[in-house]
Design a protein around this ligand. Structure first.
Ligand SMILES: Cc1cc2nc3c(=O)[nH]c(=O)nc-3n(C[C@H](O)[C@H](O)[C@H](O)COP(=O)(O)OP(=O)(O)OC[C@H]3O[C@@H](n4cnc5c(N)ncnc54)[C@H](O)[C@@H]3O)c2cc1C
Length: 400
């Protein structure tokens, strides 16, 4: 059985960033990443793919080129994890042993929870920026849209990038205004939540945008079914489920699928048992170390910590996790602490963005000496041009 000092499961944003930082900190560490996919995507740009600003191609790189030097890539899928035995079972390659395990499996899209949704993606009216082909479908449908009913959904429960369901709504609104189609279009947001965003300073701006642009928000509305034959979306009101199903006609619907913890994690001993983070890795919110298995760590979307699941969060989590993990290996206590930083670049139109940055407790924590609660062109440029470069050349190389 092969054995590694650190075994990382999942080679997405969190897995690659952690591997790069570990090797920079200690070249002699034996590190392996288990990742089945040969494509690696920069998902934050899928919002702009849906709006016709970027292409899917631009968001993709070969995984092989991103695996840091000296790190072994195990091209396989994790089937199960046994934290008592310090082993991971692979679907094809048998068992692998570890001293330290880093969980970076992301989040699972739970399409089956919305009957008819997955099959309808790409039929010209039903789209989703949450998968690359779905983001392409968004742009195709927007480009050929001639007016009518447009719906945007957001499910209950944990999702990655909580702002993504509304970013595409603002972009579509802006697109229709620029093309003289807004007067012919009704835009509705069927969102399961109760507010646009949990950070009060930013929520105030978003409420104003919604009001000014005549976007009809229906909160506590959960999408349960797509009847593609009748172009009908079926919702339930979470505050009044006995009232029965609510049908809405659409000519265009953008779906954000419900999401849940990855299967291997939620079925392992490493998962939180119940509550809002049920199924996600049960790690300390400041050290990212597992609460009962001290040789296990987690970051990114699969970590059960009370903050928004974003790549931006990973950028702040990875240095903490690596420092804490190496200190633990040396029998010491790490010094760094993760304070829940996450960020949501809320694109509110072509060339406009409100940059929400916050820490645990939805505490507003702006980076720049400008008013980030307002729609800004410079912040849009940051998202469109700077952040992708920082991701590929800085974060994934362990230097940003
Ligand atoms: C439309 C959209 C817009 C977004 N916008 C933003 C934004 O503006 N800003 C921002 O910061 N973030 C944004 N995000 C979120 C961001 O992309 C994610 O939070 C980030 O990619 C999470 O990284 P991760 O490593 O946790 O998961 P991922 O990057 O998804 O990687 C998980 C990896 O685990 C692998 N895996 C899964 N199961 C197994 C298994 N059994 N065995 C082995 N490997 C496995 C997968 O193949 C995958 O490569 C957006 C996401 C979407 C979809």
């Amino acid at each position: 059985m092969k054995q590694y000092d650190v075994l990382i499961v999942g080679g997405g944003s969190g897995g690659i960033t952690t591997a790069a930082r570990l090797k920079r900190a200690d070249r002699n560490l034996s590190v392996a990443i288990v990742e089945p996919n040969t494509d690696h995507y920069y998902q934050p740009l899928w919002t702009l793919v849906g709006a016709g600003v970027a292409t899917v191609d631009e968001t993709r790189r070969d995984e092989a080129k991103l695996i840091p030097n000296g790190v072994e890539w195990i091209r396989d899928r994790v089937a199960s994890i046994d934290p008592d035995a310090h082993t991971v079972s692979l679907e094809e390659g048998g068992d692998v042993g570890y001293d330290q395990l880093v969980m970076a499996l992301g989040i699972e899209l739970h399409w089956d929870k919305v009957e008819g949704a997955r099959d309808a993606i790409g039929n010209g009216k039903v789209v989703s920026n949450y998968i690359p082909e779905g983001a392409q479908a968004t742009w195709k449908a927007l480009e050929s849209f001639q007016g009518g009913d447009m719906i945007f959904t957001a499910p209950s429960g944990q999702i990655k990038c909580g702002g993504a369901p509304q970013k595409i709504m603002y972009l579509a609104d802006d697109y229709l205004r620029k093309h003289g189609l807004r007067d012919k279009t009704q835009i509705t947001g069927g969102f399961a939540g109760t507010v646009m965003l949990g950070v009060p300073e930013i929520n105030a701006t978003l409420n104003q945008i919604v009001e000014e642009r005549d976007l009809h928000m229906k909160f506590r509305h959960e999408l349960v079914r797509i009847d593609a034959a009748r172009d009908t979306a079926v919702f339930v009101n979470l505050d009044d489920p006995d009232a029965g199903e609510i049908e809405m006609h659409y000519d265009f619907i953008h779906i954000t699928p419900p999401q849940r913890a990855p299967k291997v994690l939620r079925e392992s001993k490493l998962a939180v048992a119940e509550g809002p983070h049920a199924g996600f890795a049960d790690v300390d919110e400041h050290t990212l170390q597992h609460k009962t298995y001290p040789d296990v760590w987690a970051l990114g979307d699969n970590a059960g910590v009370p903050t928004a699941k974003t790549g931006a969060a990973i950028r702040k989590q990875a240095p903490v996790l690596v420092e804490q993990l190496l200190a633990h290996r040396a029998g010491k206590q790490g010094q760094k602490s993760y304070e829940g930083y996450s960020s949501c670049p809320l694109v509110t139109g072509y060339g406009k963005l409100v940059l929400a940055e916050f820490e645990y407790g939805n505490k507003y924590k702006p980076t720049f000496p400008v008013d980030q609660t307002k729609q800004r062109w410079d912040m849009y440029m940051l998202k469109r041009h700077l952040l992708p470069q920082m991701y590929w050349h800085g974060m994934l190389r362990g230097i940003a």
